[in-house]
Ligand binder design. Structure first.
Ligand SMILES: [Fe+2]
Ligand SMILES: [Fe+2]
Length: 286
């Protein structure tokens, strides 16, 4: 049983749809695929993708990303209603959205729901000031296409809502009964501020520094939260997989391997500075 991980597959792009749906029907039969969010905001496309992929893998794990929760088609009253509908869809078609334990491999895999905390909307925001930034985040599409119930009045509360859904699996009683030796968790959003920024070594691998494509946009305001990392560490994870930034990472920090393997947009794959992989990377062979 091998484990493959990918995120941000954005299947509205034909290239991405073609890549994901042309994965071998035989090669992955004993394997697991983790999809760390951002598939499509179109539920019909989501259904069609799951129908194509689910028979090809032993198990497919998934958490919704921000794009998946857009309600621009106005088919749901808000993004929480859509989130619940996506989970119901997953349960109906055999996509795994809850922790699962593979006793024979001494392996547990934990999906972790999350959101991000914007600047000034909670102390666990990953925000880092940027010279010349537009603090209104006018170019951030979530501002227009996500909609929250009236009791979730800022991004910190949205993040709390999602993190709370993970809590039952973090209780010591649950872990004592279920936890395997090897633990992999995954989320769509980033758990640490340092993962946002490339290191000197990574920049060298990319071939040097590249100009900032959006000088006024500060991604750190919509990246994730450090409260997610607190949950990851309570789980005692060996590996945490995440997505969202469309920047690939593979770093060991304080005993945990953080891996981001985004498919990203076709135009990003033509630009070396994003280091997005054209293929899902084999991250672990058990
Ligand atoms: Fe994405
Ligand atoms: Fe995202």
């Amino acid at each position: 049983m091998r484990i493959f991980a990918v995120s941000d597959i954005h299947i509205d792009y034909d290239d991405n749809w073609n890549y994901m749906t042309s994965l071998s029907a035989a090669y992955y039969a004993d394997d697991i695929l983790i999809i760390a969010g951002d598939i499509s905001d179109n539920m019909e496309k989501l259904k069609r993708l799951f129908a194509n992929l689910q028979p090809k893998f032993r198990d497919i794990f998934y958490v919704p990303g921000n794009h998946d929760l857009w309600v621009r088609l106005k088919e749901f009253p808000d993004s929480i209603a859509k989130f619940k509908a996506i989970l119901a869809l997953c349960l109906g078609v055999g996509i795994v959205i809850q922790p699962k334990h593979y006793i024979e491999h001494s392996l547990s895999i934990f999906p972790l729901f999350s959101w991000y905390i914007k600047h000034d909307e909670g102390p666990d925001s990953l925000y880092k000031p940027k010279v010349g930034e537009d603090k209104s985040l006018a170019m951030w599409a979530d501002n227009y296409f996500t909609r929250w119930p009236s009791d979730l009045t800022d991004s910190g509360m949205v993040n709390d809502y999602f993190l709370q859904l993970n809590e039952e699996y973090l209780e010591p009683e649950y872990q004592a009964q279920n936890l395997s030796q090897k633990v992999i968790s995954f989320s769509h959003f980033l758990p640490r501020q340092d993962l946002i920024f490339s290191t000197a070594t990574e920049r060298k691998q990319m071939g040097g520094d590249f100009p900032d494509p959006h000088p006024r946009f500060n991604f750190s305001s919509v990246a994730g939260s450090s409260s997610l990392d607190t949950q990851i560490r309570r789980l005692g994870c060996d590996i945490h997989i995440y997505g969202h930034q469309h920047r690939n990472r593979n770093r060991r920090i304080d005993g945990i391997q953080y891996i981001s393997n985004c498919l990203g947009y076709p135009q990003e794959r033509q630009s070396v500075n994003t280091v997005v992989s054209p293929v899902a990377a084999d991250i672990l062979q058990i």
